[in-house]
Design a protein around this ligand. Structure first.
Ligand code: CU
Length: 384
């Protein structure tokens, strides 16, 4: 998936670590609906054509909120903090003129940072975190939320393995009709937990890459080459059977990784935001399921995944910031109301080709309206 490396630009190391006045904000954070978040330190970073400005960042261990701004870069639009191959936090889709936030709990150490785009996620600089390791979360309700989320993700991964097993069996049997029947249903648990898969580096591209994500000479694997074979070519050959077996191995690996994974409450909030980003970047556009046109079913699964994370955080959020809790609740209700007319049965939704331009716009607006308050969730949860 990543494109050839952009040469790193030699630049003097500038660093900022904007530490907010802890005491003042700590007393105010019980009811901060004014957009001021918890007592996390705030670190400003600007996305430019060349990477991040400043190129390298400094922070102290503990909760941190990165304020990401894109003034005028038409090339780059996302910011990531990487712990080796793992994505610790990211903010995507920050197009020119926009800004956004991502909150994370930082342990001491050196991290790679990326100011890039979906086609280029090569590190552009470093983040150096000093100080003592901090306990991530002290609020017992948030810890409970994170534990319950881990269990839920596990259950979804298990369901994914089960459904993929049936789908792969149909491919192995060369049964195009049966495989097409199972495809849409099979992908639902994946789309619900996609940010977790994404956090494991190469696993998401292996399972879910589209043809345009693949660098020349790289092998295209996962669901989407099978989608193309089923809907466009209408045939299953040895190559597709091999792709299906590889897919099975990859989803089993995902399940093993989720089984031992634990979460920081702020990751639930970040995952919810990423799912909304997924919807606006790949579902509204019809990019994700361009052969089967099952985008709306993925769309609903992404929303369900975000909703699960929110529902688990909600009891704590209602005390931290009741207005934000209510606002997110209402926007979720609007989102589901906007999707409802397209429901076919169960969790399956209308063929996206039948959804007109104006209707797509309406869905997109509901997503944006939900994404806005949801983006403030992480800042309220981090450091609690
Ligand atoms: Cu996807």
């Amino acid at each position: 998936m990543p494109d050839p490396r952009i040469p790193s630009i030699a630049r003097p190391v500038t660093a900022i670590a904007a530490v907010a006045t802890l005491a003042a904000l700590a007393t105010a954070c019980g009811s901060s609906s004014d957009g001021t978040d918890s007592d996390a330190q705030r670190v400003a970073v600007t996305i430019t054509d060349d990477g991040c400005d400043p190129t390298d960042l400094e922070a102290t261990a503990g909760p941190a909120t990165f304020e990401v701004e894109n003034v005028d870069s038409a090339i780059n639009n996302e910011f990531e903090v990487l712990d080796g191959a793992l994505i610790l936090g990211e903010r995507e889709n920050v197009t020119p003129g926009l800004s956004g936030e991502v909150s994370v709990n930082l342990d001491p150490g050196t991290y790679d940072i990326v100011c890039g785009n979906p086609g280029n996620r090569e590190p552009t600089g470093k983040l150096v975190v000093s100080g003592e390791r901090q306990a991530a979360t002290t609020d017992p309700r948030l810890r409970e939320a994170a534990d319950e989320y881990a269990e839920w993700v596990d259950g979804e991964a298990e369901e994914l393995v089960r459904r993929t097993g049936a789908f792969v069996a149909a491919i192995e049997a060369g049964d195009v009709g049966e495989a097409k029947e199972l495809y849409e249903h099979t992908r639902i648990p994946y789309e619900r937990i996609e940010p977790v898969a994404e956090s494991f580096g190469g696993l998401d591209p292996a399972i879910d890459a589209r043809i345009n994500d693949i660098a020349q000479g790289d092998e295209w694997t996962g669901f989407h080459p099978l989608e193309k074979a089923l809907w466009i070519d209408g045939r299953i050959g040895e190559r597709e059977k091999a792709t299906a077996r590889r897919l099975m191995t990859d989803v089993e690996r995902l399940r093993r990784l989720t089984a031992e994974n634990t979460y920081d409450p702020v990751q639930l909030a970040n995952g919810a935001v990423e799912l909304l980003n997924e919807v606006s970047l790949t579902k509204i556009t019809g990019e994700e399921e361009r052969y089967s046109h099952t985008d709306l079913t993925d769309f609903k699964a992404n929303i369900d995944g975000a909703r699960e994370a929110f529902v688990l955080l909600a009891p704590a959020l209602r005390e931290i910031d009741p207005d934000l809790a209510t606002e997110i609740e209402e926007r979720f209700a609007d989102m589901y109301a906007a999707l409802r007319p397209y429901r076919v049965e169960g969790n399956l939704y209308e063929n996206y080709e039948k959804v007109g331009e104006r209707e797509r716009q309406e869905l997109s607006q509901a997503v944006d309206a939900l994404a806005l308050p949801l983006a403030r969730l992480g800042g309220q949860v981090v450091g609690q």
